[in-house]
Design a protein around this ligand. Sequence first.
Ligand code: S3P
Length: 451
Amino acid sequence: MLGVLHSLIQELIFENISLDYRILPGRPVNGIAVVDGDKSISHRSIMFGALADGVTKISRILEGEDVLATIGAFRKMGVEISRDEEFYLVHGVGINGLAKPDSLLDMGNSGTAFRLMAGILAGQPWQATMGGDTSLSGRPMGRIIRPLTEMGAKIEAENEMPPLTILPNNQLKGIHYEMPIASAQVKSAILLAGLYAEGETVVREPAPTRDHTERMLSGFGYSIKRYGDLRDHVSIAGGGGLAACDIEVPADLSSATFFILSALISSDSELHLPNVGINPSRNGVLGVLQRMGANIVLQDQREVGGESVADLIVKSSLLQGVSLNHTDIALAVDEIPAIAVAAACAEGVTEISGAEELRVKESDRIATTVSGLKALGADVTEKPDGMVIQGGSLKGGRVESHGDHRIAMAFAIAGNVASSEVHVSDVGCVATSFPGFYDLSQRVGLNISIS
Ligand code: S3P
């Protein structure tokens, strides 16, 4: 039954029919929540597998639209990517083996795929054009165009936004780059161009951001150095090669966050979330929620393929307001909409500052989170770099997702604790990062339907 419904949803999305979630409140959530694979690691496993020598075997990859777009782009560049029951197999072509695509590379909704890919394309001896959907076409690319151009890349783009045409490269040269913003996407784009550059490329970040690129390049046998007081300098020398490896993708903490939120704010609830990635450079949400008084226990912490994972047990909790600054934001950059919903259900005031980067995500997430909270009657004030939320309770209402998957999911969960029905509009976007969200929501007990 769920399978049939799932394909129906896919068909409606395909036909561009806008779908809404309808959530009736008041259910406890319970059971085991197996969350889809990590999006950041899934993108990188395809990319690095494609550039490696040999066959990379990936288990539990995220089959969301974003990652499928990355797979499509590499197939267009001559990489064979096959799938059997359990694994994706990427038949690597070696660092210099990509073929010129014969049409535009469509990266869909994904800023991560687009920016990392720009770093790879900057090193190719042929020209390629990359584009994306309406949301991606409005996102700033100057942040990668500037350093890549400094390395010798030739990039054409109107108003520094997609589409981007990357002209054939002469020879990139290594640079020392002080990043003006904390962004793992920018860091990764420069490091990937560094694979093709003469000499050493060094990137320094203003605050630690997720380090999957560094860990995974090491896993693929590429030497990468990290130094500085905060290990905030990353350096790579061009001219090496990557060796294929096996990758087990952990459950995505960013996706798990919606179910963590559901157990925390719903009464009589307890969820077990197995095998969740808790990489310290992006697990800030756990610390923030624990500071709010969340009952989250991490069991059996272990290393799988160079990434930390754990099984999480989350129980209903009385939450308190909290203050978040820019360091918290860098470590929990994708989790702020969910944290904001938690704050609206907490006692006391939550102040979120230093979050200006949220304005250039899949939507302006400061504005879309604030308007969603207001639609459900929360007392919230927007600031240029964040928001102030007075905790209390939520009422029923209609929330616009603005085509942003994380806004859609955060407010679907909020629906379970509102005083009456909540509608979340235009939720097809959820398939970009968490195609299993709807089924899993029903399985843990939420009264959610699609209209
Ligand atoms: C990501 C980095 C983050 C995050 C995105 C995934 C990555 O973006 O928002 O969802 O995989 O590198 P920024 O590094 O630009 O903040």
